[in-house]
Design a protein around this ligand. Structure first.
Ligand SMILES: NC(=O)c1ccc[n+]([C@@H]2O[C@H](COP(=O)([O-])OP(=O)(O)OC[C@H]3O[C@@H](n4cnc5c(N)ncnc54)[C@H](O)[C@@H]3O)[C@@H](O)[C@H]2O)c1
Length: 284
């Protein structure tokens, strides 16, 4: 088994990648962030700096620890600068072709013992890995949004993942302060496989049972112990994000419960996206 993960690469510093890079530098791990341009990288660095400063203001982090964390982050637009990373986490656009192209580049530049992880939500990790000649080093590390706050990371074993790569990714998840769980590469992995059809059922019940949005949320909170109602949750996730994830799962499984309810598709089409647009099931 290769040694401890001391240097991590994060490719794509968008919503997820910047959060993952923040977790890494806070955990004392040297981190190289790769964006398509340095300007985009600098924007992500600014967001990370802002979040860490807020933690200092709230008394959750010492100023010195914040500054040390920021120093652990270097930025690049060159994949070649990831060559000495022990593990690279990919968090670019959710499309198979660019992900496969990136993994081919990573295979060329990274050390043979470096683990290559993808943060994909809905694509097959096995299919991403099939683009390279060393698929045994590829695993899924599926973080939840926002990555610095959500405790879970699903460690996903693809068909050809080696035990070594899988366990090293698990150990990194622990080092980042997350609660890792192990699973196989199946559509939706664990949480989305359960949660997406469940939320779809909840939305269908709105019409079937002629229950109000407020009463459905109260029902699930007070009758099932949910910390937040299903309509509040879909508003928080983003109705567009939920519909997209439902469509992807439906395409893979052809199970009717995975398909997005027409009511959600209509809301998405009307721009009622939940919290981020100011209106969804509730008005914000
Ligand atoms: N947003 C979520 O809730 C969520 C949750 C879990 C997993 N994911 C997954 O994480 C991945 C990223 O999602 P996101 O929401 O952060 O997307 P995003 O659009 O916010 O960020 C993607 C970033 O990748 C950059 N990028 C694109 N191609 C690149 C390349 N070749 N090299 C370097 N950077 C590149 C883009 O400039 C952009 O900044 C996707 O696979 C998504 O499915 C998203």
């Amino acid at each position: 088994m290769a040694g401890e993960i001391q240097k991590v690469g994060v490719v794509g510093l968008g919503a997820m990648g910047a959060g993952i890079a923040q977790l890494c530098v806070e955990a004392g791990v040297d981190t190289v962030g790769r964006e398509v341009t340095l300007e985009l990288g600098e924007k992500a660095r600014g967001r990370i700096a802002h979040f860490l400063t807020r933690k200092v203001e709230k008394g959750q982090l010492q100023q010195g620890a914040r500054d040390a964390a920021m120093e652990r982050l270097t930025l690049t637009s060159e994949v070649g600068d990831l060559g000495d990373c022990d593990l690279v986490i990919e968090a670019i656009v959710e499309d198979l072709a660019p992900k496969q192209e990136l993994f081919r580049e990573l295979e060329r530049v990274c050390r043979p013992d470096a683990v290559l992880a993808t943060n994909t939500s809905a694509l097959s990790v096995t299919e991403i890995a099939s683009a390279i000649s060393t698929p045994e080093r590829v695993v899924g590390m599926h973080f939840f949004n926002p990555a610095p706050l959500m405790p879970l990371v699903e460690i996903v074993r693809a068909e050809l993942s080696s035990d070594d790569a899988f366990e090293r990714a698990y150990t990194l998840g622990e080092k980042l302060g997350k609660h890792p769980i192990r699973c196989f590469d199946t559509p939706g992995f664990v949480v989305n496989r359960v949660l997406i059809p469940l939320l779809n059922d909840c939305i269908r019940v709105l019409d079937e049972a002629r229950v109000s949005v407020e009463d459905l949320d109260a029902g699930m909170k007070h009758g099932a112990g949910w910390p937040m109602g299903p309509c509040e949750l879909v508003d928080l996730v983003g109705i567009d994000v939920h519909v997209h994830a439902s469509e992807a799962l439906y395409e893979k499984t052809r199970e009717q419960r995975m398909a997005p309810p027409p009511r959600l598709v209509a809301m998405r089409n009307a721009g009622l996206l939940g919290r981020k647009s100011g209106r969804g099931f509730y008005t914000y």
